[in-house]
Design a protein around this ligand. Structure first.
Ligand SMILES: [Zn+2]
Length: 306
């Protein structure tokens, strides 16, 4: 070893921890998300994975690895995969049942409503159950407690609100109460979709590239935007009409015009939602096969270390 090399070695020894002599490029990148130290919960964002925790000296690589799915127990990966399957398949079944029921005119209207609500209730319970199992506490679950808590509240809340709305809609006259209820339901649903996708966006596979992150993030914001627009379209119409009314400029033509804009927004929004829902389903199935692949990699790893 000549002097030059020796000098380089000393410099790298100063900047790297001794147990990481050959860091890959990835390890030289500062951490770009919230990862808490596994020992003291210090936020390691902007730190280099090759260093030790500035608070307690616990190796950062350990904390990072902790959050990597590739190092999770096999049954945890399997649980994640089955929950993903349920969330992807249940809406599809619901959609198909709705179509067949609409096509079948022989079934009386009232029993149709009851059957549909019962099926919806069962399938939605499956989805909520899957979401709870998906976000179950584990050292391998993404460390995003607020997002997970919001998801665990808004997912069941959206359905309860939708149920209340479905029961009330025929019993009370149109007005402020159903509009408010619908707005809250859609906002809750917007948050549920957003946090659900943020959960996926924060899953760190480890060993396999995190290709899912980009699309999960995009879907999260698209669902949030579309559902928020849908949520506010109805109150906006009401408020606009009200303001035009007190300004004494609400002519029947203008009222019709406002309603036309509202309908256009509504139809575009619902259409966009359905397109997004279909692409989300494709995303979930693809993520499911990624989990299968990871499961395979993980099983082989177990064999070699045994
Ligand atoms: Zn620490």
């Amino acid at each position: 070893m000549d002097n030059h090399e020796q000098q380089a070695q000393t410099i790298s020894d100063l900047s790297l921890t001794p147990n990481h002599t050959d860091p890959s490029d990835k390890e030289l990148q500062p951490i770009d998300r919230d990862i808490l130290c596994a020992n003291c919960e210090y936020n390691l964002r902007t730190q280099l994975p090759i260093h030790d925790c500035p608070e307690c000296g616990h190796p950062i690589a350990e904390s990072v690895k902790n959050r990597q799915l590739a190092y999770a127990p096999l049954d945890y990966i399997e649980k994640l995969r089955s929950a993903t399957t349920v969330v992807a398949v249940a809406p599809l079944i619901l959609f198909l049942i709705n179509i067949t029921m609409n096509a079948n005119k022989d079934i009386p209207e009232e029993s149709l409503f009851v059957i549909r609500k019962a099926v919806q209730f069962i399938l939605y319970s499956f989805i909520v159950f899957a979401i709870f199992s998906l976000t179950k506490n584990s050292p391998f679950r993404p460390r995003i407690p607020k997002t997970i808590l919001t998801l665990r509240i808004t997912a069941p809340l959206s359905y309860i609100l939708a149920l209340v709305l479905a029961v009330l809609i025929n019993k009370i006259k149109p007005g402020l109460i159903p509009v408010t209820l619908l707005t809250i339901t859609l906002l809750s649903l917007a948050l549920a979709f957003f946090t659900f996708l943020k959960f996926y966006a924060n899953i760190n596979l480890g060993l396999l590239p995190n290709k899912h992150r980009g699309s999960a993030n995009i879907y999260a914001y698209l669902f949030l935007i579309i559902l928020t627009i849908l949520a506010f379209s109805n109150p906006t119409l009401m408020i606009t009409n009200y303001l035009f009314d007190i300004a004494l400029i609400l002519t029947p033509e203008r009222q019709q015009q406002n309603h036309g804009i509202y309908r256009a927004v509504l139809i575009t929004g619902i259409f966009a939602f359905f397109i997004l829902a279909i692409t989300l389903m494709v995303f979930l199935f693809r993520f499911r096969s990624t989990l299968t692949k990871l499961h395979g990699v993980r099983s082989r790893l177990d064999l070699t270390t045994r």
